[in-house]
Design a protein around this ligand. Structure first.
Ligand code: ADP
Ligand code: MG
Length: 870
């Protein structure tokens, strides 16, 4: 490749670009950001910009694309949303005073995980940038939301790493290149992944950057202990990266909150989705989710916190009770709650506004919004103190600090509706500074004087259409139409000719102009100075602002939960460390909202040590999945500190809730492979404990009936015998109801349906016992299957019902239409076992690797499907 001779500008460009290879460089040139080479090509494709080229002094043509500075925000947003990084390179000295080429520096790199601007953020959720590491069975996550200043260090068991990470829904993840096995944690996440060098994750470096960030001498002061070393290492990598993105630093970063294994329930991805906690199965938006039902928060901080709480239910009885006490206190006092909700209503996103203020990004309008929000806090406090404060509310009120000094300072200094940028209208309020007020008087007086001058000139010249105007190039001028040009006096100096008019100036006019323009300039400078001083003084209080915004978020969530509880008729669950789960008249919080009031049929559920497994049968559409999910939701709601949709509920704390939906029902991944279903089930069998709640919906469905029944049976057996956890298994395999005969703690339930003539009525009512027959054919009829097909299905069903299907699971019933035309059921229950069974017996499961097991499974399936030789 021939290197063209570079101009000094392109040398500067290359030098800067070499330090930002993985970003698109927005290179400031006057009123434009220019992109060169590959960046230009990429941006022109991504943004639909015209690609031009620039003659680089010598012969070479450099591909070039540019965007105007005032529209840059929108372009940056689009690039970042497409997953790119954008490095903003500014001119850092005034071109007027530059010797040679203007100095330029990258002032910020915007990435999906490191964004401040509102159009890249969602008020209702955090925008986390995470660094992850795994080692010796543990997974560590360091997470920073630079828009709020939140900083979390999380350590979990390695198998829970993916769940913990996906709960944060990061936009960007940083991995250490030397330990890429941490990639497994990112499974199923749609994020930008950035690899960083190994030394950044080493403990010495990590401690160093943490100390520098918080100005400390020992990391002990952060509460980082020996057990947090892995998370601290991740924080090291994360903070180093952020330093590159934000050369201006992160003055608003809060001290890390440290989460260690055991504090919150590690909800896995499948469970989170199947229960539709924060995103729906179809499309992933909020509607139809638990979040959409519970979210009556008034502030964005509250909305974000609620989302976090839903995704991390607690497992500690005291912590859960403290939250329930707080919700209870607010639920009991509708008047105080109403006052509280009103007070919270005008409170804006204090957390993000404070973050912008501390990093010098807040506009006058932002700072005023922060001040106005803070000004509402005494009202919030008054409303709150009227409640009989209990539980978590008490702790919150002890730390209450409304930052009244800052509220007053801001509201005193700024006008009520300041502009987005200085100079576009008054920013600083009158009375703040006498010099400023005086200048304003001059500016205004100058304008008045010009009006007077216009009147005087009209009178003197007799030109009634004479106008005094202003434009940027010529300043103030007197405009006279051509019709009156003969009346123009001698002292008018011509400046500009238009079609139909001439523009003049006079010495008096220029004198006024001087005064006015000078004053305007001074005003702007003074306003900027005052505003920046105010902003930085407010920014210094970032720690206090973050505390109060955290308190407000929690109060907002408690008030929202109390509000929902009352409106929807929820009750306080009795949470305990016992095993049992007892729900009287429980409802599904989301499904019940989709129907008219009282249309939803409530159901009781009882799970205890001696009745820990429920086999739930019933036809399609009976309501099995709904009950299953409602049990999971009630438990999760109770453990996050919410009231629950039931007449009463006793909830023994679970360490985990697992939900699995069989392949054909599994809309989640759009891939209904049996393999996925099995690997998910296997994850439960490996991790569930006696304290877990396992909800299985049609597991085993992704394969042939007999495989399916066998697997479902074996899984149930394992959960009942080995794990001993609470289990609810919804299935249309009638065969599974026989589990109750074999195992003492298995109970059969079914969802009642009634036959009315030839039709069936879904009562959605849970009752003891197995469902007596399959209504599948009725459903098929309702769905409009042709009459002959229905008739034939009925005949076949009769035949099947005549046989003992589970006589021996080794047997393989074959349904075939015999050549003679008569229907006959051929059951291969001869004394000779099926060849597949023989193979199975030869397998030594303990010495089979997962890969071999897969191959074997495939072989067995082929074997089993082979036509039996006559
Ligand atoms: P299954 O899993 O047995 O096929 P679903 O749980 O999917 O059935 O329920 C089918 C439909 O029945 C739901 O979409 C809902 O509209 C209705 N339904 C379920 N449970 C109830 C209930 N308890 N009360 C009223 N309607 C219900
Ligand atoms: Mg179902």
């Amino acid at each position: 490749m021939t290197r063209e001779k570079a101009t000094p500008l392109m040398t500067q460009y290359r030098e800067i670009k070499s330090r930002h290879q993985n970003a698109i460089l927005f290179f400031r040139m006057g009123d434009f950001y220019e992109m060169f080479y590959e960046d230009a090509e990429l941006a022109s494709r991504a943004l639909g910009l015209t690609l031009t080229s620039r003659n680089n002094g010598a012969a070479a043509q450099v591909p070039l694309a540019g965007v105007p500075v005032r529209a840059a925000g929108e372009y940056v947003r689009r690039l970042v949303q497409q997953g790119h990084r954008v490095a903003i390179c500014e001119q850092v000295e005034d071109p007027k005073f530059a010797k040679g080429i203007v100095r330029r520096e990258v002032t910020e790199v915007v990435t999906p995980g490191a964004a401040y601007t509102e159009d890249l953020l969602d008020g209702g959720r955090n925008n986390f940038l995470c660094a992850v590491q795994v080692a010796s069975g543990l997974a560590a996550i360091a997470a920073v939301d630079i828009s709020t200043g939140e900083f979390r260090l999380i350590t979990v068991q390695q198998e829970d790493g993916n769940a913990a990470l996906s709960r944060l829904t990061p936009r960007e993840i940083i991995l250490c290149v030397d330990h890429l096995e941490a990639q497994t944690l990112c499974r199923g996440l749609d994020v930008l992944i950035t690899e960083r060098p190994g030394w950044e994750f080493e403990n010495a470096n990590a401690s160093q950057v943490l100390l520098e960030q918080f100005g400390l001498r020992s990391v002990d002061e952060l509460g980082v202990g020996a057990g947090d070393a892995l998370a601290a290492g991740a924080a090291g990598g994360l903070l180093r990266y952020l330093r590159e993105l934000q050369p201006g630093g992160l003055p608003h970063l809060g001290r890390p909150t440290i989460e260690r294994p055991g504090g919150v329930m590690p909800l896995d991805d499948m469970t989170r989705r199947n229960l539709e906690l924060v995103e729906s199965l179809h499309g992933g938006d909020r509607s139809g989710t638990l979040l959409s039902v519970l979210d009556r928060t008034k502030t964005p901080m509250g909305a974000r916190l609620l989302r976090q709480w839903i995704l991390s239910p607690l497992t500690n009885l005291r912590a859960i009770s403290a939250r329930l006490d707080a919700v209870g206190a607010l639920a009991r006092d509708p008047l105080a709650r109403g006052a509280l909700l009103t007070a919270l209503d005008g409170v804006r996103d204090i957390e993000r506004l404070a973050g912008k203020t501390a990093t010098g990004r807040a506009s006058p309008r932002d700072v005023r919004a922060l001040g106005d929000s803070l000004r509402r806090l005494p009202e919030v406090e008054t409303a709150l103190r009227r409640v009989v404060v209990a539980g978590a509310l008490e702790t919150l009120l002890q730390q209450w600090d409304a930052c009244a000094d800052h509220a007053t300072a801001i509201c005193r200094a700024l006008v009520e509706r300041p502009p987005v940028s200085i100079g576009e209208g008054d920013t600083i309020a009158p009375g703040v500074d006498p010099a400023l007020d005086e200048l304003r008087g001059v500016a205004r007086g100058g304008k008045d004087a010009i009006a007077l001058l216009q009147a005087a000139e009209r009178a003197r010249t007799g030109i009634t259409s004479l106008k005094v105007g202003y434009n940027k190039v010529f300043g103030y001028f007197i405009e006279v139409t051509n019709a009156s040009s003969h009346l123009v006096p001698a002292d008018y100096q011509r400046r500009q000719t238009l079609t139909g008019a001439e523009r003049y100036v006079t010495p008096a006019l220029k004198e006024f102009e001087e005064k006015v323009l000078h004053a305007t300039e001074r005003i702007e400078a003074l306003e900027r100075q005052f505003f920046e001083a105010l902003r930085s003084a407010t920014g210094m209080a970032i720690a206090r602002l973050q505390v109060v915004s955290g308190i407000l978020a929690a109060i907002d969530v408690f008030a929202a939960l109390a509000e929902v509880a009352l409106r929807e008729g929820y009750v306080r669950p009795e949470v305990s460390d016992d095993f049992a789960l007892d729900i009287i008249a429980g409802r599904h919080p989301v499904v019940e909202r989709m129907m008219a009031r009282d249309q939803f049929i409530p159901n009781d559920v009882h799970l205890a040590t001696d009745a820990r497994m429920i086999i739930l049968t019933g036809p399609n559409m009976a309501g099995k999945s709904t009950i299953l999910r409602q049990i999971g939701l009630i438990v999760l709601m109770a453990q996050m500190g919410s009231f629950v949709p039931a007449a009463s509920a006793r909830v023994g704390i679970t360490d985990r809730v697992f939900t699995r939906v069989g392949a054909s029902d599994n809309l989640v991944r759009g891939q209904s492979t049996f393999m996925v279903e099995m690997s998910e089930t296997s994850a439960i069998l490996h991790t569930a404990t006696a304290r877990s709640l396992v909800l299985l919906d049609e597991i085993g469905r992704g394969t042939s009936t007999w495989d399916g029944v066998s697997i479902a049976w074996a899984v149930s057996e394992h959960l009942h015998e080995r794990t001993g956890c609470k289990t609810v298994f919804a299935t249309h395999y009638q065969e599974l109801t026989q589990l109750a005969d074999e195992f003492v703690s298995v109970r059969n339930y079914n969802v009642e349906v009634k036959e009315v003539g030839e039709r069936i009525l879904f009562l959605h009512r849970l009752q003891r016992g197995a469902a007596d027959r399959s209504y599948g054919i009725e459903v098929g009829r309702l769905a409009g299957l042709p009459q002959p097909v229905i008739a034939r299905a009925r005949v076949l069903l009769k035949l099947l019902e005549g046989e003992q299907l589970v006589a021996g699971l080794a047997g393989r019933p074959m349904l075939s239409k015999q050549p003679g035309g008569s229907d006959q059921l051929a059951l291969f229950t001869t004394g000779v076992p099926h060849p597949a069974i023989v193979r199975l017996r030869q397998i030594d499961a303990d010495r089979t690797t997962p890969l071999e097991a897969l191959a074997l499974l495939a072989e067995l399936v082929t074997e089993a499907n082979r036509e039996p030789s006559a």
